[in-house]
Design a protein around this ligand. Structure first.
Ligand code: ZN
Length: 637
């Protein structure tokens, strides 16, 4: 079987996509306490250990993944500091009342999306299974329903708009202990959910883009990496509904969708192939063979290390699966990798080996031959094996067998996580229904008609109107105005121009093109705060910094977050030369190039200007040099 990278006809495959956009709001406090919604960088001041416990929902359903982790004794180590968390985040104190600043921002966004605000806001609990919430659930509340967005004449329904608390962030996993930092827990998020009426990857990007513009139009959303997260529901005919979590970059949305469609089409192909090979579910058995002896003298480091620790190598036969594990579903996605992901999740192993990729990793052809003998496998069978503690190896192979059986049925329903390259990986089984139940510690909040009327009267400009205004008020062309509008710096742009008097095109180009170029070069520009950028332009406006030096200063500031612009100028040696010094440089340069001046007279201006700017770029103001050089050359005319 070979994968053909053909263009996909999305209407033919019946693609349906729904978007869930999560965006952090820029409020003074967290959603249910007065802590600052900020992350801390240093070592934690407080740590505490909890056991993961499954939460029983009203219907008495226990999430299988949570129950499994609980059984395995997974422990969670939480890290905190005093400034960004209190007893609420630690689940030692009930939540305080709902942050009305966050509710107001969400309601404004809802009104801009033509949604109907609810009469009463009820905080609900949503079961969370991975320890990312100290309580075992996430608090969420719907603020509006049934909105609508017009994209190129097509109505995209907005199912609901909710306010939620963000979860703790994962810092690492050591053995059976997972480390989470609870500074992010309780950050207010807005969730905007569209109906599953998006029919192509490109359309998904357009919808997400339009919603993002509206969120930013409020000027009340956080910016930078990790502050917006897009989840996707993707399905195709005969495939399955797959939830993909955590796409952080807008440009990645269409890539993730295309890859997911290819993955599902590939899995359907494998299903057909298995059927034509006559494989039945009952043929795939949980018979695990101890093959440690086969690898007694192996040169494979991973296996040797494991065996030296007293671990076992266990193998399972997958009848007539040969060649299918390495079949590429989509770029860097294979059935073998899906099995490995399952094995890692359920068996806590580092990975699996399978015969489709052997001989390799120091494993010889002879070892593969003996392996086949040991598990009584033919050339047409595939073998998967794991070197780990026996208990883990068994759990891992059980998960592999389950995934192999699912391959006979097509695409398994699951929750997947997006990788930075646009591929996805197994995250957990899809949670069942009935995950929500009421939060009894927070009273409901009435939303009056008068309040909504008042909000309607102070809604921010819609993106289209703002675009026109940027062009009119600041003399930007449509392209630059559009870039400013879509950048994270739209509010800052207006502030800088008003406060510093620097020309609007320079500010606009810096905040869009220069920032983009620096980001492309790997500079972490989001580390430079608004305050620093404003300060930077104040220096430029006052003639204390050449505009040519702006990229260098931003780069330096991104690496020295606790320093200011003055520090940058000193450190980079960018102090501007005084008029007196420029006069001296002009005089000296002319003297050194007297031949040229004699030959060409005023025509020497261009080359001389070039020499000076090359030597003193960033330290001199080009206009000043030009003026003084012209004056000086007059003497030789
Ligand atoms: Zn708190």
């Amino acid at each position: 079987m070979e994968r053909k990278n053909l263009k996909i006809d999305y209407s033919q495959v019946g693609l349906k996509v729904g978007l869930e956009i999560h965006q952090q709001l820029n409020t003074r406090h967290k959603l249910f306490c007065k802590c600052k919604p900020e992350l801390f960088k240093d070592e934690p001041e407080i740590t505490f250990l909890r056991r993961l416990r499954p939460t029983q929902s009203e219907l008495g359903q226990i999430d299988p993944a949570a129950y499994f982790e609980f059984q395995k004794g997974t422990k969670i180590l939480y890290e905190a500091d005093e400034e960004t968390s209190c007893l609420v985040e630690m689940d030692e104190e009930p939540p305080h009342s709902l942050n009305m600043e966050a509710v107001e921002i969400a309601l404004m966004i809802a009104l801009m999306l033509n949604a109907k605000p609810v009469d009463e806001i009820h905080v609900m609990r949503k079961t969370v299974i991975d320890g990312s919430n100290t309580t075992g659930f996430q608090r969420t509340c719907i603020v509006a329903l049934n909105g609508e967005l017009d994209i190129k004449g097509k109505k995209i329904p907005i199912q609901h708009i909710a306010v939620e608390e963000d979860a703790a962030r994962i810092m690492g996993r050591e053995g059976s202990t997972v480390r989470y930092r609870i500074d992010r827990l309780g950050f207010p998020l807005i969730e905007v959910t569209t109906g599953p009426v998006i029919y192509s990857p490109k359309e998904a990007e357009e919808v997400a883009f339009a919603i993002g513009r509206i969120l930013r139009a409020t000027g009340k959303v956080k910016r930078g990496l990790g502050t917006i997260r897009q989840d996707l529901n993707i399905s195709i005919k005969q495939g399955a509904l797959i939830e993909v979590k955590g796409v952080q970059e807008l440009e990645l949305l269409p890539v993730v969708i295309e890859n997911e469609v290819r993955r599902q089409l590939g899995l359907l192909k494998i299903k057909d192939e298995l059927q034509s090979r006559g494989v039945r579910e009952e043929d795939i058995r949980e018979e695990f063979v101890d093959v440690t002896d086969v690898f007694k003298e192996t040169k494979c480091k991973v296996i040797r290390k494991a065996v030296e620790k007293g671990n076992k190598v266990l193998a399972v036969k997958l009848p007539k699966f040969a060649g299918l594990l390495k079949f590429e579903l989509a770029p860097s996605m294979r059935l073998g990798k899906e099995m490995a992901d399952r094995a890692k999740f359920w068996g806590r192993v580092g990975g699996i080996f399978h015969t489709d990729e052997l001989p390799a990793y120091g494993i010889t052809e002879e070892e593969v031959r003996r392996l086949r003998l040991a598990v009584k496998a033919e050339e047409s069978d595939a073998i998967v094996f794991v070197a780990d503690a026996k208990e883990n190896a068994i759990d891992a192979l059980k998960a592999v067998v389950e995934r192999a059986r699912e391959a006979l049925r097509g695409v398994p329903e699951e929750t997947r996580a997006a990788n930075p390259d646009g591929s996805t990986r197994y995250m957990r089984p899809r949670p069942g229904a009935a995950r929500m139940y009421p939060e009894t510690d927070v009273p409901p909040i009435q939303i009056s008609q008068d309040y909504i009327k008042e909000l309607k009267s102070k809604l921010p400009e819609l993106p289209e109107q703002k675009l026109e205004r940027l062009m009119k008020d600041y003399g930007l062309n449509r392209k630059l105005a559009s870039q400013v509008l879509d950048s994270e710096y739209c509010e800052l742009f207006e502030e800088i121009v008003k406060e510093t008097g620097v020309t609007s095109t320079l500010v606009a180009a810096t905040l869009t093109e220069t920032m983009k170029a620096l980001k492309r070069d790997g500079i972490e520009v989001w580390r430079v705060s608004d305050e620093r950028l404003l300060e930077l332009f104040k220096f430029v406006g006052a003639g204390k910094l050449a505009k040519e030096a702006i990229p260098d200063v931003i780069t330096w500031l991104s690496k020295n977050e606790d320093k200011n612009v003055e520090d940058a100028i000193k450190s980079l040696g960018l102090s501007m030369l005084s008029e007196e010094e420029i006069r001296r440089i002009v005089r000296e340069t002319v003297e050194k190039n007297m031949e040229l001046v004699k030959q060409r007279g005023k025509g020497a201006f261009g080359p001389l200007m070039g020499i000076i700017m090359r030597n003193y770029r960033g330290k001199v103001d080009a206009e000043k040099v030009s003026k003084l050089l012209k004056e000086h050359l007059e003497n030789f005319a």
